[in-house]
Design a protein around this ligand. Structure first.
Ligand code: AMP
Ligand code: GLY
Length: 421
């Protein structure tokens, strides 16, 4: 079969490589892909907001399945757009995608269905919010409602920083803002929990811990993710049952009552406080770099799993995993997540000899006349699987050192909570 993948990051390269292994694959198209996917698929330069163009291209080229990587097309309703075609599209519809598209939508579900989450208030004007701040305790968290590429969240230690966050949000830093969300600051350890669903049945899709901050020691600005490891050290059967019964299942029930059966990956960003899970946020897709970290552990055929989701036969499928520790480090352009330069040559890729259990996924890269250049903030992710996190990390270090790219940097402490030096 012919499959289209929407997106251009490390996540999409990992999905591309995984489904390429399936005997059913005839051809893969990536919209628009990167230098890594161009080795496995045909990259198609296309405006991702032009759903009509994607549809026309897919029909002309006999694509029978589209897999959507990033959140934006999902939140904008690409799945609903393809409903009247013969093409299967894997991802949640517009109603369900609001779980990521609007933090307030999710908080309202939490309130109605008693899903554990940080206490919160929604304020419709800066003044209302300022009055609240005057009589509350710090730290607290101020959030913009809509999509903000991970940047609309402010952890505020005092009233000044919270006032500033509220002003920035209402001044339109993340688009027109009708309201702002203020939350209690939860103290615990974060964990990302993934499921896959066909709209009727859900299956676990592993856990991970990502490192979102740019600097070592989890300090500095938030990024898309500097690295991750899987599994999270926190997961156990009792906790997993709590996550499913207290958080995931009530959420899917709420969506069903709104007329939407959730189909796709669902990523719950959790804070584990003591032994209890609290929902911080939902993402309606795989994480990046969590996807690159988790997919190498998948023993089953990813394409078969996704097809089962489209045919509503996930129930009959057993998803199998390698019992390994996976660790991923992302190389970023100097300056990321602020200003950085593109078009910096990346040499030495031919010196990288990958052994079994080693993977390199491109993100912000492009190929010109057989040479690879940087083309984004997060450039490549390096992943290794082994029986322990230290060995996985050392293998990743070894590859990054061989690449020896002086246009970028990476965090050397990914996985510090699970690696004893
Ligand atoms: P989000 O984009 O909602 O995942 O938030 C980004 C990061 O901010 C999360 O990964 C957490 O580290 C932190 N965060 C968000 N909300 C809270 C909260 N209520 N309490 C503590 N930390 C939070
Ligand atoms: N790594 C965080 C995310 O994908 O949102």
């Amino acid at each position: 079969m012919k499959v289209g993948i929407i997106g251009s990051g490390g996540r999409e390269h990992a999905i591309c490589q995984s489904i390429k292994k399936s005997s059913k694959i005839e051809k893969i198209y990536c919209f628009p892909g990167n230098a890594g996917t161009s080795e496995l698929a045909e990259n198609v330069e296309i405006d991702l907001s032009d759903f009509n163009k994607i549809k026309e291209f897919s029909i002309t080229n006999k694509i029978s399945l589209i897999i959507v990587g990033p959140e934006k097309p999902l939140v904008d309703g690409i799945v609903d757009f393809f409903k009247d075609t013969e093409i299967d599209i894997f991802g949640p519809d517009k109603i369900s995608s609001q779980l990521e598209g609007s933090k307030i939508f999710t908080k309202n579900i939490c309130e109605k269905y008693k899903i554990p989450t940080a206490k919160f208030g929604i304020f419709e004007s800066p003044n209302e919010a300022f009055i609240f701040l005057n009589k509350t305790q710090f730290p607290l968290v101020v959030k913009a409602d809509g999509l903000a590429s991970g940047k609309g969240v402010y952890i505020c230690e005092n009233e000044d920083s919270a006032n500033n966050a509220i002003k920035e949000i209402f001044n339109g830093k993340f688009g027109v803002a009708k309201n702002v969300l203020i939350e209690e600051f939860l103290v615990g350890e974060e964990m990302s929990y993934f499921i896959i669903s066909d709209g009727k049945e859900i299956k676990s899709f592993e856990t991970a811990q990502d490192h979102k901050r740019v600097l070592e020691g989890d300090k500095g600005d938030n990024t898309g993710g500097m690295g991750a490891y899987s599994p999270s050290r926190l997961i156990n059967q009792v906790l997993e049952e709590k996550i499913l019964n207290k958080i995931i299942k009530p959420t899917l029930k709420a969506l069903q009552e709104m007329g939407s059966n959730y189909r796709g990956f669902l990523y719950a960003g959790l804070m584990i406080v003591g032994d209890e899970p609290y929902l911080i946020e939902y993402n309606v897709r795989m994480g990046d770099p969590e996807c690159q970290t988790i997919l190498p552990k998948l023993k089953s055929d990813l394409l078969e799993i996704i097809e089962a989701c489209c045919n509503e036969t996930l129930k009959n499928l057993k998803i199998e995993w390698y019992n390994k520790k996976s660790l991923c480090i992302v190389i970023c352009s100097n300056g990321y997540p602020s200003k950085y330069n593109n078009d910096i040559l990346i040499e030495n890729t031919e010196k990288l000899h990958l052994n079994e259990g080693d993977f390199i996924y491109h993100a912000g890269t492009k190929k010109i006349e057989n040479k690879i250049y940087s083309n984004g903030g997060r450039v490549m992710s390096f992943v290794s699987l082994s029986s322990n996190f230290k060995e996985s990390r050392d293998r990743v270090f070894n590859h990054i050192n061989k690449l020896n790219w002086n246009g970028g940097f990476f965090r050397k402490d990914i996985g510090y909570k699970v690696i004893d030096e």
